[in-house]
Design a protein around this ligand. Structure first.
Ligand SMILES: *Cc1c(COP(=O)(O)O)cnc(C)c1O
Length: 350
């Protein structure tokens, strides 16, 4: 019998801040597919791999950090958790709180929350409160609540979230037998890029890998505070998961890009949607924000800034079913056919 994947805490226990007394709350997150992309490799001249973190239990990489944040909240005696979220954090928090038997409060900004994510948050029994304000204001409110009431904040400012999310870097190195040359990732609150750098530098320090990758983070053009060098008051992008005007892990992300000799750059919504459709045609359904990494890769290829033969990993952060409107929008209405094999074959050109 082959043992199944045990979730990121058990798989990387010695690299995470847990003890024998920590109650492990897991949905067996992590262990996600690293899929080679033949079309993107051919187009870019690189060895392109796609880390499909949409295959996590609640459909995004947020589960990697949430297993640790909720386990530690339980260990510390919390009765409730709170988060501000545009969707995936709340979906993950709600699921792990349900698994742990904790109350989960979710503060959502008014409007623009993707339907699939809200469905998850509600079905897992979270208490959802719609805040009259944007994401950044909702986060301040959640921090305020956690500071003054017996509630644990599980947004990415919770240090355990980043600790758990660094396991994506471990998995990539373990699968490739080395670190990639380049690691591309969408950037919203900038927790993920910071945590991935943490993971790579830990493997490097312990001699598990010989070289670190260059990290490239991609913001959406209308929500690119790090690229502009100033907070964006009204961030705009179709990629809701990275529609962030004032990233919580701003300095850490800038340090990750600088220390790894990478960069933080912006891609347009048009580039994001083009990458989103391309990925779907390769069988990988990722939500629009997730496609920012691949949009960035294609952008760099068009600028001629890629090194031929480089091993490149693009993180696909969340599942496409989270935000299905973009898949349905613009699709042709299915043609009607009579219930006859001949007519169907004719329609299909067989
Ligand atoms: C949260 C999220 C992001 C942004 O990650 P940060 O750590 O906030 O930079 C990107 N894509 C998806 C699908 C997400 O859920």
């Amino acid at each position: 019998m082959r043992p199944q994947w045990r979730g990121v805490i058990e798989e990387y226990r010695d690299r995470l801040p847990v003890s024998a007394d920590t109650p492990v709350v897991t949905l067996c997150e992590g262990g996600t597919p690293l899929v080679r992309s033949e079309p993107l490799s051919a187009e870019t001249g690189c060895q392109v791999w796609l880390k499909y973190d949409g295959a996590n239990p609640t459909g995004s990489f947020k589960d990697r950090g949430m297993t640790l944040a909720i386990s530690k909240a339980l260990e510390e005696g919390a009765k409730a958790i709170v988060c501000a979220s545009t969707g995936n954090t709340s979906a993950s928090a709600a699921a792990y709180a349900a698994k742990a038997g904790l109350t989960c409060a979710v503060l959502v900004p008014k409007g623009k929350v993707a339907l699939g994510k809200m469905a998850q948050t509600l079905v897992h029994g979270a208490r959802v409160l719609e805040v009259d304000g944007n994401f950044d204001e909702s986060l301040e409110l959640a921090k305020d609540l956690a500071a003054h009431y017996p509630v644990t904040l599980v947004n990415s400012v919770n240090p355990y979230r980043l600790q758990g999310q660094k396991t994506a870097a471990f998995e990539i190195c373990d699968a490739l037998g080395r670190a990639p040359d380049m690691h591309l990732v969408p950037v919203g609150n900038a927790g993920n890029i910071s945590s991935h750098w943490m993971g790579y530098t830990e493997y490097l320090a312990d001699g598990v890998v010989a070289e670190p990758p260059q990290l490239f983070g991609f913001q959406a053009q209308g929500a690119a505070p790090i690229v502009r060098g100033a907070p964006v008051a009204n961030p705009q992008t179709i990629a809701t998961a990275i529609r962030i005007g004032n990233p919580a892990s701003w300095e850490k992300a800038v340090a990750a890009a600088r220390e790894s000799e990478g960069a933080i750059a912006a891609v347009t919504d048009r580039e994001i949607l083009a990458a989103y459709r391309r990925l779907a045609r390769e069988g990988l359904f990722a939500e629009p924000a997730s496609a920012a990494s691949v949009a960035g890769l294609i952008h760099m290829a068009s600028e001629g800034t890629l090194t031929r033969g480089a091993t490149v990993v693009c993180i696909l952060t969340g599942h496409g079913l989270k935000d299905p409107e973009w898949a349905i929008q613009g699709a042709a209405h299915p043609p009607a056919v009579p219930a006859e094999a001949g007519a169907v074959a004719a329609e299909l050109g067989l």
